[in-house]
Design a protein around this ligand. Structure first.
Ligand SMILES: NC(=O)c1ccc[n+]([C@@H]2O[C@H](COP(=O)([O-])OP(=O)(O)OC[C@H]3O[C@@H](n4cnc5c(N)ncnc54)[C@H](OP(=O)(O)O)[C@@H]3O)[C@@H](O)[C@H]2O)c1
Length: 335
């Protein structure tokens, strides 16, 4: 007697919403679930890599109070992922295709084919690079209008967004690119491998180090992802009519305490422009990004910094570790 072969996969579910604290591995459970065959126009994808990012922790917890979609308690979480099509009932996709999608945190994804975007498997040296935050950096540098001659400061310069932002600023003609990082090893990485002109460990003071690096009254652009003390120091040293572009506020996410610059009057006095952005506000820039960025990476003009962590079961620990500065570059989970 034969029976249907039932495919089983694992998915990570949020079991309780952490209140006013950073999520921990105890807030989730990894459960085995049967994986259905794809229905009409659906596709079954086996995940290969998934993005680990601070946004996932924000979607788990109540820390951000942002109007971003949160994970539902009792349901599988999601995240950007790269996978391989196993079975397809969709005319545009077939077995073996490599696709980008948003159904990470599970071994297998089954959904309408429209939810999967086919990518060129040879675009980068590694499939995981399709998950890098180059697009966030690219948009931020465009929004800031970085131009030849600019002096640019990048927050979390050894992080997913920051490691690429400074490299793109340079390609746009910035003459001086300075990074803020969390350890002496990261200073070395950012000035060596990533070729930033200078970097400093923000734990050793921010304003004084910016002044020591000659940035006082010289800073044209600050690419902010952390907020708090570094934002305050950047405002202090910024040139009149300087520009701040902002994609995140990691300091507040990490501490759970609202933090803000105490020198906002200087923003007025210096007529500083502050522009925040979400990547999904700029779909028009995606094709330009894909064309330019792949060429830069292939040509060695941009180094994609990443740390790969193995095993879905280690995902939350990796996300918390990333927030605490444990890793260098974009953090990728390999299934
Ligand atoms: N707007 C958007 O569309 C968009 C898209 C993607 C990401 N984001 C946001 O962009 C930010 C960066 O994301 P990412 O994935 O690239 O993260 P990341 O920068 O790789 O990781 C966070 C890093 O921030 C550093 N950090 C933590 N607290 C800090 C503090 N108080 N001051 C300075 N640095 C601190 C830590 O490194 P060290 O302490 O070792 O330096 C940590 O590794 C996040 O806030 C994320 O939510 C926004």
């Amino acid at each position: 007697m034969g029976g249907d072969i039932v495919r089983v996969g694992r998915e990570m579910r949020l079991i309780s919403r952490p209140a006013q604290r950073i999520p921990a591995p105890g807030d989730v459970e990894l459960v085995e679930v049967p994986v259905p065959d794809p229905g009409p126009r659906q596709v079954l994808v086996r995940n290969l890599y998934m993005s680990i990012d601070p946004g996932g922790l924000l979607r788990m917890s109540d820390l951000s109070k942002l109007d971003i979609p949160h994970f539902e308690v009792g349901e599988a979480m999601w995240s950007d992922a790269i996978g391989e099509v196993v079975e397809s009932d969709h005319p545009d996709l077939r077995a073996g295709d490599i696709v980008w999608h948003r159904l990470g945190w599970r071994d297998y994804a089954v959904a309408d084919g429209a939810e999967f975007r086919k990518v060129d498997p040879d675009a980068y040296p590694s499939l995981s690079h399709h998950l890098c935050f180059g697009i966030v950096a690219y948009i931020g540098i465009a929004v800031a209008g970085v131009k030849p001659g600019d002096t640019v400061l990048v927050a979390s310069a050894a992080g997913g967004v920051g490691s690429i932002a400074g490299q793109i600023a340079r390609l746009r003609g910035a003459t001086t690119v300075v990074g803020s990082v969390g350890s002496p090893e990261k200073v070395e990485y950012v000035t060596g491998t990533l070729r930033y002109d200078a970097a400093f460990d923000y734990h050793d003071g921010m304003y004084d180090q910016l002044v020591a690096l000659g940035l006082n009254d010289r800073l044209d652009v600050y690419f902010d992802s952390v907020g708090g003390g570094l934002l305050e120091a950047a405002i202090d040293v910024m040139r009149p009519r300087g520009r701040i572009v902002m994609c995140g506020q990691t300091e507040q996410v990490r501490s759970g305490v609202p933090t803000g610059p105490r020198n906002m009057l200087k923003v007025v006095g210096k007529r500083i422009g502050i522009q925040a952005f979400y990547t999904f506000d700029h779909p028009d820039l995606l094709p330009k990004f894909e064309a330019e960025f792949t060429e830069w990476v292939r040509g060695g003009e941009v180094v994609v910094a990443e740390t790969v962590v193995d095993g879905l079961e280690n995902g939350i620990d990796a996300a918390v570790g990333q927030l605490q500065g444990r890793y260098t570059g974009k953090v990728i989970l390999r299934f």
